[in-house]
Design a protein around this ligand. Structure first.
Ligand code: PLP
Length: 429
């Protein structure tokens, strides 16, 4: 905040297509999809119209003890595209709440079945949001360590991260899966669920898991009879090349968390999807106290649901998923060229999510000291060239809206390449 206050702030006033426009009229390609949530661009007629139409009916009514037409319609649409075992939708309003709800559902499911399971297994450097439950299963020291005294105890296993572990993908995968199995062997009677960001840990700096890792976690959770919670908040809605990351490995989680791209990036909405079996464990007479006492005022907001329905229709109409391979290949081509540039330690990609890790020394993989703010300065250098990016420490995160067209994606990648090639060496001096 101190640095931000010392700078001239950029204030966004409007948007058009894949551009953000500031109060001075400068245009920027939205290179991080307004924090990983924008899908079809800004001011998309179909979504704008859907919200306006809903506004002429009702903006919001509670889902506590009531239903609302748009929330029903959206739930049906989500279940139709989700992994086949998922049948029920619990709404909320942010990624963090969708995870908070998943944890509480897993815990209370076992409670309702007469078992005490209050522990979770999570990956090191994972990120599931900023509420206390989500932080308790989060592993990013920079964000989370200060809150440790407030958190519940979670079993963490190292993230399978070949670049930083100096090991092959297969070895990393085996190492982490073995650790998970060891914990499950010892504690499965107390463990409610294993929580993962499927395929890619976004906030950790786009750590892409070795192929088959997610499937391995699913097999272990089945073997030891604990739930698998897939946090698809960042990976859902086309980010990994499929509608959901789990599809890439044919995995059906017991609980799936959705937010960010669910409304096309328009309005706050989240959903926690579960199986029929989980749903039924919460049914009972009032004096059995099986009710899931969790609700937010704006849960399942009608305007947000209307936006989400329009967004899902656009996925079909514009064949968004079918259009992704060409864009993913283009990003891969540029990353290959970027990987050989000075100070680029690693490039990582999972579909439309990419990370470029800047290091002081390519051989030793040593970081620049954090006070140099190299990542922030690289992104700042892109702004006058018309690109809006935001780093995670010294990882430059590239996360364009999934519906971006190829020529604009190429323009964005040209600017990223040019900045890392020509500006970065001056920035680090
Ligand atoms: C995997 C994952 N889960 C949860 C969240 C939290 O989402 P929100 O910021 O909407 O609470 C994020 C946000 O980046 C995320 O990447």
């Amino acid at each position: 905040m101190k640095q931000w206050l010392a700078c001239e702030p950029t204030i966004i006033e409007s948007g058009r297509g894949f551009y953000l426009i500031d109060t001075r009229g400068n245009h920027y390609i939205d290179g991080i999809s307004s924090l990983w949530c924008n899908v079809h661009g800004h001011r998309v007629k179909k979504i704008d119209d859907a919200i306006k139409k809903q506004l002429s009916k009702i903006a919001h009514s509670t889902l506590l003890g009531l239903a609302q037409t748009k929330s029903i319609e959206l739930a049906e649409k989500l279940i139709a595209i989700a992994p086949k075992n998922l049948k029920k939708v619990f709404y909320s309003d942010s990624g963090a709440t969708s995870v908070e709800i998943a944890l509480k559902i897993a815990y209370q499911y076992y409670h309702n079945k007469g078992q005490k399971r209050n522990k979770f297994i999570a990956l090191g450097q994972s990120y599931h949001g900023d509420t206390i439950g989500s932080v308790s299963v989060g592993g990013i020291e920079l964000f989370h360590s200060i809150f440790k005294p407030m958190l519940f105890k979670t079993y963490f296993v190292p993230s399978p991260f070949p670049y930083r572990f100096n090991d092959t993908a297969e070895q990393c995968k085996k190492f982490t899966l073995d650790k998970i199995e060891k914990l499950l062997k010892q504690h499965s009677k107390n463990i409610a669920a294993v929580v993962v960001e499927p395929l890619v840990q976004g906030a950790a700096g786009i750590i892409v898991h070795p192929k088959g890792f997610l499937k391995g976690v699913r097999e272990l959770t089945k073997k030891y009879d604990v739930f698998l919670i897939a946090d698809e908040v960042a990976t859902g809605f086309g980010r990994t090349g499929k509608m959901f990351a789990c599809e890439n490995e044919g995995v059906q989680p017991d609980i799936m968390c959705l937010a960010k791209g669910i409304t096309g990036g328009y309005l706050p909405l989240a959903a926690t999807l579960t199986t029929q079996e989980i749903f039924e464990a919460f049914l009972g007479k009032p004096d059995e106290f099986k009710t899931f006492y969790h609700g937010h005022t704006y849960t399942g907001n009608a305007l947000a649901c209307a936006a989400a329905i329009a967004s899902l229709e656009l996925f079909k109409e514009n064949k968004i998923i079918e259009s992704l391979p060409a864009k993913i290949d283009l990003i891969a081509d540029y990353l290959k060229r970027i990987s050989v540039l000075d100070f680029v330690g690693d490039v990582r990609q999972c579909g439309m999510m990419a990370g470029i890790e800047i290091v002081k020394d390519k051989k030793t993989k040593k970081f620049f000291s954090c006070d140099k703010l190299i990542g922030a300065k690289v992104c700042a250098a892109m702004r006058p060239k018309g690109v809006m990016m935001r780093p995670l420490s010294d990882v430059i995160v590239l996360m364009p809206p999934v519906a971006i067209d190829l020529p604009l994606l190429r323009k964005l990648l040209d600017i990223v390449y040019d900045t890392i090639k020509n500006d970065l060496p001056k920035i680090v001096k």
